[in-house]
Design a binder for this molecule. Structure first.
Ligand code: ZN
Length: 343
């Protein structure tokens, strides 16, 4: 199917919310990893999201260009073309974008969508994330609210974050007071008050409940999904059931299935997966290199084996291995078999 349009993407989010499942949102950095995600979704018969971080997008543009907006556009255009060959819907989004890089990442991508819309073409991206979690809540929302107004006009779903996700992403380590790892009910009520004032707009909230990026040894991470429940209950008391958030789970890699499922029960509709799929991809390549050591290298004046050092076979093996991990994510999130394709 082509990339989901706004109406389909909104329906996807509503279905996840009412059906108590969540979509895998898998980070990609290349054509091969994007293809791996599409393969995984198709095999799991689920719809889902492909997303790009600032660093992943810069990588995709090439080492001598390093233009994050350009890399994101290149991957998105690829997905728009090849997604037609897969029997599922995929939505395209971007990941963490701090205030200081809005003008070099999200805004040029919104402008690209605005140019496409003016020409009668579908949106480039279904959604973008603004991560103002390092700012005081008021400053965070002072940027998020006008951005949401613009996104709403363009039929783009905005994702915002309140509270800090720990760990490291794109080499950026989140440090700060420990309590910021847990979003408070008061903060969630304030988000609903300001963001729900934009009528007809759609947004997702990444509220933090002890999440960290990356994978840590068991016991090092203390997830408290009840934080989401308490926040949702406070929002419902203040503004009624229609105000309940569609939530995003960041730092999902390495989380226990019980924590994942509990978070879904409290309204998580999207879980970001990066570290686990990175590992699946690289593990397959490592396996190839170790097994074909004499072939991939020209050892002791030998000539190596072209079949072993041609990147295609091991990149394809890596693509398939990553697709298997994507299927696993779909299963963890109760998304298997939930595609809207053909319904
Ligand atoms: Zn994240």
């Amino acid at each position: 199917m082509p990339v989901a349009n706004y109406e389909t993407y909104c329906k996807m989010l509503d279905r996840a919310k009412s059906g108590k499942f969540a979509y895998p949102a898998i980070n990609v950095t290349s054509l091969t990893t994007a293809n791996a995600v599409l393969r995984g979704f198709a095999e799991a018969k689920c719809d889902g999201l492909i997303q790009l971080s600032t660093g992943g997008a810069a990588h995709a543009s090439g080492t001598s260009v390093k233009d994050m907006a350009m890399g994101a556009i290149a991957i998105a255009e690829h997905v728009h073309r090849v997604a037609e060959r897969y029997p599922i819907y995929v939505a395209l989004t971007t990941d963490h974008c701090q205030a200081k890089v809005l003008d070099t990442f999200v805004i040029p991508l919104v402008e690209a969508t605005e140019r496409r819309r003016a020409a009668g073409l579908p949106n480039l991206f279904n959604g973008h994330m603004f991560d103002g979690s390092a700012l005081p809540l008021k400053d965070n929302l002072d940027i998020a609210v006008p951005l949401l107004e613009r996104c709403a006009k363009d039929e783009i779903v905005l994702e915002i974050e309140v509270g800090v996700v720990g760990g490291e992403e794109d080499g950026v380590r989140a440090e700060g007071p420990r309590e910021k790892l847990y979003t408070t009910p008061e903060d969630m009520v304030e988000v609903a008050r300001r963001m729900n004032a934009i009528k007809g707009a759609r947004y997702l909230l990444a509220a933090t409940f002890g999440n960290v990026h990356g994978v840590y040894k068991p016991g090092a991470v203390q997830l408290r999904p009840k934080i989401l429940k308490e926040g949702q209950e406070a929002v419902e008391r203040a503004f009624g059931p229609d105000a309940l958030f569609a939530l995003v789970f960041h730092g999902g890699s390495g989380s226990s299935l019980a924590d994942i499922r509990e978070a879904i029960d409290y309204g998580v509709v999207k879980m970001n997966v990066d570290t686990d799929t990175q590992y699946a991809f690289t593990r397959a390549i490592a396996d190839h290199m170790f097994k074909n050591y004499d072939g991939v290298l020209k050892v002791d004046g030998d000539v190596g084996n072209k079949k072993a050092y041609d990147p295609r076979p091991y990149m394809e093996t890596a693509e398939i291995a990553m697709a298997v991990r994507v299927k696993q994510a779909a299963s963890d999130l109760r998304a298997v078999g939930t595609t809207m394709f053909g319904t």
